[in-house]
Design a binder for this molecule. Structure first.
Ligand code: C5P
Length: 232
């Protein structure tokens, strides 16, 4: 169970580097996240290639559009056979309900996750957009809306995972980026947490990029993280 908590963020824009990386990784021990850069460059063929290697894929395209457009986009994403897809919760109730409906109408049913507030946004930026609630309350508010609309969970900071579960349901999934193996190297992440602490704080899935992708021994780092989580 814990062996499947890790989602590696494939933030590569070069196919050769990407292939060299995934060749070193055991698909039984993690899932892979394909985001806007990789998908825009290589399209569905990259998903098919990763599937053929035995990986499950989180297609991180964060759909945000009118309900009908999101419905159709999710139907196509589901047909790709991906494991997880996501939308922006701020698309509103009707868009979220249509996204859920798209999954129900599809043969293959990926998990459907919402982004609440992008963690790159500061309190000032959230106020500037015009949200009236303070940042964390706004994120919890959007998590509750996503829960009401039948989504499977949210992307959130590991710092908020327990609060979001308390405000919704213990089974409402929390997918948490901003994970670092120690406090030593933060890259550009500000609110970081270690894998063990994130899981203790209610994170169901950990999105980890650079600590694994930029390691000289990525599979070894993955093993270490998975081993550490067995004890949680
Ligand atoms: O390299 P690192 O571990 O920081 O990568 C984290 C991944 O999670 C990146 O793909 C980043 O875009 C993504 N992400 C994030 N914070 C969010 C949502 C997504 O870091 N709030």
């Amino acid at each position: 169970m814990t062996a499947n908590k890790i989602i590696i963020a494939l933030d590569f824009n070069n196919l050769t580097e990407l292939r060299q990386f995934v060749a070193q990784i055991n698909p039984q021990q993690c899932r892979l996240k394909v985001g806007k850069e990789l998908f825009t460059a290589y399209g569905p063929s990259i998903i098919q290639e990763l599937h053929s290697l035995g990986f499950e894929v989180f297609l991180d395209l964060k759909f945000h559009d009118i309900p009908n457009t999101v419905y159709k986009a999710i139907r196509v994403a589901a047909d790709l056979g991906v494991w997880m897809v996501n939308v922006h919760a701020s698309g509103g109730r009707e868009m979220l309900v249509k996204a859920r409906q798209a999954i129900e109408d599809s043969n293959h049913k990926p998990l459907l996750i919402a982004v609440t507030i992008l963690t790159s946004l500061s309190s000032e930026a959230v106020t500037e957009i015009g949200y009236s609630l303070p940042l964390q309350e706004q994120a919890i508010h959007l998590a509750k809306l996503s829960y009401e609309c039948g989504l499977d969970g949210v992307v959130c900071s590991a710092h908020e995972a327990d609060l979001i579960k308390s405000a919704t349901d213990a089974d409402f999934l929390t997918v948490t980026p901003g994970i670092r193996l120690s406090d030593a190297k933060t890259d550009d992440q500000t609110r970081i947490m270690t894998p063990i602490n994130a899981v203790k704080n209610g994170a169901d899935y950990l999105v980890i990029g650079r600590p694994i992708t930029q390691s000289a021994e990525p599979q070894q780092v993955l093993n270490q993280i998975n081993d550490s989580l067995v004890k949680v």
